[in-house]
Design a protein around this ligand. Structure first.
Ligand SMILES: *[C@@H]1O[C@H](CO)[C@@H](O)[C@H](O)[C@H]1NC(C)=O
Ligand SMILES: *[C@@H]1O[C@H](CO)[C@@H](O)[C@H](O)[C@H]1NC(C)=O
Ligand SMILES: *[C@@H]1O[C@H](CO)[C@@H](O)[C@H](O)[C@H]1NC(C)=O
Ligand SMILES: *[C@@H]1O[C@H](CO)[C@@H](O)[C@H](O)[C@H]1NC(C)=O
Ligand SMILES: *[C@@H]1O[C@H](CO)[C@@H](O)[C@H](O)[C@H]1NC(C)=O
Ligand SMILES: *[C@@H]1O[C@H](CO)[C@@H](O)[C@H](O)[C@H]1NC(C)=O
Ligand SMILES: *[C@@H]1O[C@H](CO)[C@@H](O)[C@H](O)[C@H]1NC(C)=O
Length: 427
């Protein structure tokens, strides 16, 4: 059932707890992790040969073989613990099956996520839907326990076949379990569970409208659309979704990536963020002034919000590094739940900040160009899970932090735990 990935033998780290010099004290870091004291790298000098731009890979001054953990502040060790290691848990080279919309369903110990809609290796576009997959974390746990290296668990994939759709069951390593209904097109964002169901933001496809949709995570995998328009106008291409903690209010972002990535008509609304009240049906705009709003997250207490602006990535318009790769922070207005007092929380040094998640302590994790960047609640970059490839999203599970990196899924067995993303009827 479990087969070892090709990289398994290479990636095993046998090193015991290692010591890294920190200037005036020695820091004990997990095996394979490196401490990067910012003071050591503030001056690189005119003879430095590895100047980079945002698309040319990450900052890896120690030339450490990825994947590995970078520590920029000793406080990151509280998040990683002493034995954290990044291991591959699923892989399918050539197919970006592990993109975004991760939802961990604790009751099933299963992780659901979507493939890259409209991306080069997503096999989707104007005519083809993206795919939603499930990774059985019980199988992952069992496989990881049997080796110190990487594992490759086969994901179970659902897809909707259109008349000109790709047959995902023909792709190596994929196993068709169910067809999703026509209303579930280009899943890109996900959260919950919401009253036990998967809560997805779909980007829509061609003239099929983007939507907020509930999907039953168990057979018969039936779906219910909660919202697919703004008072009669189609959204552009919904990207990500979160529930405001302590409420049943659903917030979502609506950039123009459907058009920019070639699977939706030209945008007809500003790139903005909405708040939807499923009990009254009211939908309203709560934030604007973005190039392309992308990931969204709240603090565990629901008083502040984070929205990533991935404007630097312009789809067919190309990459413009003078555009935002920026996480904005807001206060949630207690009476209107609108987002106010926008300020810059962080700017990502590699790629764009895509999906965003918080742990129970309020540390902020975002999927960027070369891995996962982690900032503390005050906005200090404290560490990275350095993958060396685009890693759009992360999700906390009982087994650790799962990193979606398009063609590969990784797991880091860290000590931090994710904030509660669920909404239950008795919340
Ligand atoms: C750091 O560790 C090295 C090697 O173990 C040791 O020689 C040095 O004295 C230590 N420095 C401090 C400040 O503990
Ligand atoms: C960024 O770096 C990459 C790799 O070195 C290079 O191909 C690309 O042209 C650079 N982009 C810009 C805008 O300089
Ligand atoms: C990291 O990825 C870049 C391509 O983005 C590649 O050129 C480089 O060799 C990789 N580095 C390592 C250490 O694997
Ligand atoms: C859509 O699927 C068909 C196969 O059914 C494939 O030939 C085509 O390349 C796919 N389109 C994209 C954008 O991947
Ligand atoms: C996950 O795998 C375990 C072990 O094979 C199995 O018992 C369980 O039913 C599976 N869970 C799901 C949701 O398929
Ligand atoms: C699935 O169908 C059941 C039975 O009709 C219904 O109670 C449930 O609300 C449906 N779930 C979704 C997400 O549509
Ligand atoms: C990036 O955008 C700026 C501002 O609009 C523009 O001046 C510049 O020409 C653009 N650069 C590229 C490489 O497209």
């Amino acid at each position: 059932m479990t087969k070892l990935g090709a990289g398994a033998i290479l990636a095993v780290a046998f090193a015991a707890v290692s010591k890294a010099s920190t200037g005036n004290s020695n820091l004990t870091v997990p095996p394979g992790a490196v401490y990067i004291n910012p003071l050591t790298y503030d001056v690189l000098g005119a003879s430095y040969t590895k100047w980079r731009n945002s698309s040319s890979g990450g900052f890896n001054p120690t030339n450490t073989a990825p994947p590995f953990i970078q520590i920029f502040d000793p406080s990151f060790l509280k998040i990683t613990g002493q034995s954290a290691k990044i291991r591959q848990i699923a892989s399918n080279p050539g197919f970006a099956f592990a993109h975004e919309a991760p939802i961990y369903v604790e009751k099933l110990n299963a992780l659901f996520f979507s493939s890259n809609g409209g991306g080069t290796l997503g096999y989707s576009g104007w005519y083809n839907n993206s795919a939603v997959s499930m990774l059985n974390m019980t199988k992952v746990d069992m496989a990881l326990a049997s080796t110190t290296g990487n594992v490759n668990i086969q994901v179970e994939t659902a897809s909707r076949f259109c008349s000109v759709s790709i047959d995902y069951s023909c792709l190596p390593g994929l196993d068709l379990q169910v067809n999703l209904p026509d209303t579930v097109q280009m899943v890109n964002g996900g959260t919950g569970p919401y009253k036990g169901d998967l809560l997805f933001a779909t980007s829509g496809r061609a003239l099929l409208p983007p939507s907020i949709v509930l999907l039953n995570p168990t057979p018969p995998y039936n779906a219910t659309v909660l919202l697919d328009n703004f008072l009669g106008r189609q959204f552009n291409s919904l990207n990500d979704v979160k529930i405001l903690p302590g409420t049943d209010l659903i917030y979502f972002t609506d950039p123009s990536y459907g058009y920019l990535n070639g699977f939706r008509p030209q945008a007809m609304l500003p790139s903005q963020v909405y708040r939807f009240d499923p009990s009254t049906g009211q939908v309203r705009t709560v934030a604007d002034q973005f190039v392309n709003p992308n990931g969204i997250a709240f603090t565990p207490d629901g008083t502040a919000a984070f929205i990533t602006d991935s404007g630097m990535a312009g789809g067919f318009l190309g990459t413009n590094q003078t555009y935002p790769a920026t996480i904005y922070q807001y206060d949630v207005d207690p009476s209107t739940q609108s987002l106010k007092n926008r300020r810059v929380f962080a700017y990502a040094d590699s790629g764009i900040p895509d999906g965003i998640q918080l742990d129970t302590e309020g540390n902020v994790y975002s999927g960027c160009g070369e891995g996962i960047h982690v900032w503390n609640a005050q906005g200090t970059l404290i560490g990275k899970f350095y993958i060396n490839s685009t890693s759009p999203e992360i999700i906390f599970t009982k087994s650790g932090l799962v990193i979606l990196a398009e063609e590969t899924v990784y797991l880091a067995n860290i000590e931090a735990e994710g904030m509660d993303l669920t909404y239950n009827v008795n919340h």
